[in-house]
Design a protein around this ligand. Structure first.
Ligand SMILES: [Zn+2]
Length: 457
């Protein structure tokens, strides 16, 4: 069994109330587990010994989209592609990613998947939950190949082609979703537990306005029979709230999910921007997890404040939603935006935010073996180089991490005891080749006439 010893000037361990710090410790990995935390240098096959680094539990990014974000990247900022400042999810992203999947070859889809996972690893993530169109099975292949711990979440829809009409409302013929569930079952049978258990599946009905009651009930029943987490997009916009109210007897999107039995500790609900305070109270009572992705909303001029959800007592995590897959940067944005919204500095604190992407995230997916540095835990670690000039000097390491650090400071990333990033670079892979192949594949989508029209002016 391979052993690795890593020296940390600071090591983040579980404390009484959130993360706590040890000075000058070695973390010893044996196989896929943390074997010891010592003051003396342990004997090991591989020794990583540099001063000035902080060892964190492997960061967990539980909401991301490698493919759809690659399609939108640098096209959708500054209001581009938005009609009347509305969301581009239904008008641009869903139709374009559907067509994009159809025109790319399996090799090209694999190239896009590799480029996304490269960014996730270099962003410090060891575990990622990624919803994607069920046809993009290359996400599983790339995650397995590159060694990420991966909760693939192939979408289920009550329609093969959800799009907003001219009125902005999502219309679809609708079906019971049986075909979508059969497709998901096939992927579960093929992939769940693959790559020494690093590959898992999550149940991922796309959103409240694209999934009818029959499909949502069936998803919940199937997920609970298998014990897999459920994730969905919830109350992404006021328009979604209006649509659900009109369709289902005045219910809000959260009430719609509660009516169908989905609100529970196994549900990870992304965004929740247009949830009312009473929706959030209901979700807190049901022990639902909120996935807060502040930067993708800030891009569109919309506030998504971590502190609002946490303030309702909700287990609130931070994810990147594909936009800029820098989890440390996202955590910084969550802190800043929450403070601005609250008009005070003592909300969304550094310990709370580090907890949100480690121990709390592990709790949300029922993984007591992840999210903490302690003997017996999975050997998933993110090592940050605190020696960079922009991090020096610092007095409080966690505040320095959240307020000042970003992905450029990620030094090493370990998943299951394997070093996937060393000195900030991918181990055992050609970064330049991955970037070139992924960008070329996305260019094919941007060259489509409908893409040029969608992103014009
Ligand atoms: Zn999303």
């Amino acid at each position: 069994m391979q052993t690795t010893a890593i020296f940390g000037s600071h090591v983040v361990v579980p404390g009484e109330a959130g993360p706590s710090l040890l000075r000058d410790r070695w973390v010893l990995l044996e196989g896929d587990r943390i074997a010891a935390i010592t003051t003396g240098r342990p004997a090991a096959d591989i020794v990583s010994d540099r001063p000035g680094r902080m060892i964190l539990p492997g960061l967990m990014n539980l909401h991301n989209h490698c493919f759809s974000e690659a399609v939108a990247r640098s096209h959708s900022e500054d209001g581009n592609g938005r009609k009347n400042n509305q969301s581009i999810v239904y008008t641009v992203l869903l139709p374009l990613t559907k067509t994009g999947l159809e025109i790319l070859s399996p090799d090209e889809r694999m190239a896009v998947a590799r480029l996304g996972i490269l960014q996730l690893l270099k962003g410090g993530a060891t575990t990622v939950m990624e919803p994607f169109r069920a046809g993009l099975t290359e996400m599983f292949d790339a995650a397995a190949e590159m060694g990420l711990r991966f909760y693939g979440a192939p979408y289920l829809f009550s329609t093969a082609d959800a799009q907003a009409g001219a009125d902005g409302v999502v219309h679809y013929a609708g079906d019971d979703g049986a075909a979508a569930l059969a497709e998901w079952d096939g992927l579960h049978a093929r992939w769940d537990g693959h790559a020494d258990g690093r590959i898992r599946l999550a149940m991922s009905p796309h959103a409240t306005d694209t999934c009818g009651p029959d499909l949502l009930r069936a998803c919940a029943a199937r997920a609970r029979a298998l014990g897999v987490p459920i994730t969905t997009h919830l109350a992404q916009s006021q328009r979604e709230v209006d649509t659900i109210r009109a369709r289902y007897d005045g219910r809000t999107p959260a009430e719609y999910l509660d009516w169908l039995g989905l609100l529970g500790p196994d549900l990870l609900a992304a965004h929740c921007i247009a949830c009312s305070d009473s929706d959030l109270a209901l979700m807190a009572a049901r022990d639902v997890t909120v996935l807060n992705c502040p930067r993708v909303f800030a891009r569109a001029g919309t506030t998504a404040a971590f502190g609002r959800f946490a303030g309702h007592g909700l287990r609130t995590l931070v994810g990147t939603d594909g936009y800029n897959m820098d989890l440390l940067g996202e955590v910084n944005a969550a802190s800043m935006i929450s403070k601005v919204v609250a008009g005070r500095a003592d909300v969304a604190t550094s310990p709370a935010l580090l907890d949100a992407v480690t121990a709390r995230a592990a709790e949300a997916i029922a993984r007591p073996d992840l999210g903490r540095i302690a003997v017996g835990m999975k050997a998933d670690l993110t090592v940050v180089d605190m020696g960079h000039p922009h991090l020096q000097p610092f007095h409080d390491p966690l505040r320095a991490l959240v307020a000042l650090a970003n992905r450029a400071n990620i030094d090493e990333v370990y998943v299951d005891g394997h070093r996937r990033i060393a000195a900030g670079q991918l181990t055992g892979g050609d970064e330049a080749g991955i970037v070139a192949a992924g960008a070329a594949a996305i260019q094919k989508i941007w060259d489509l006439p409908e893409a040029r029209a969608a992103f014009a002016g």
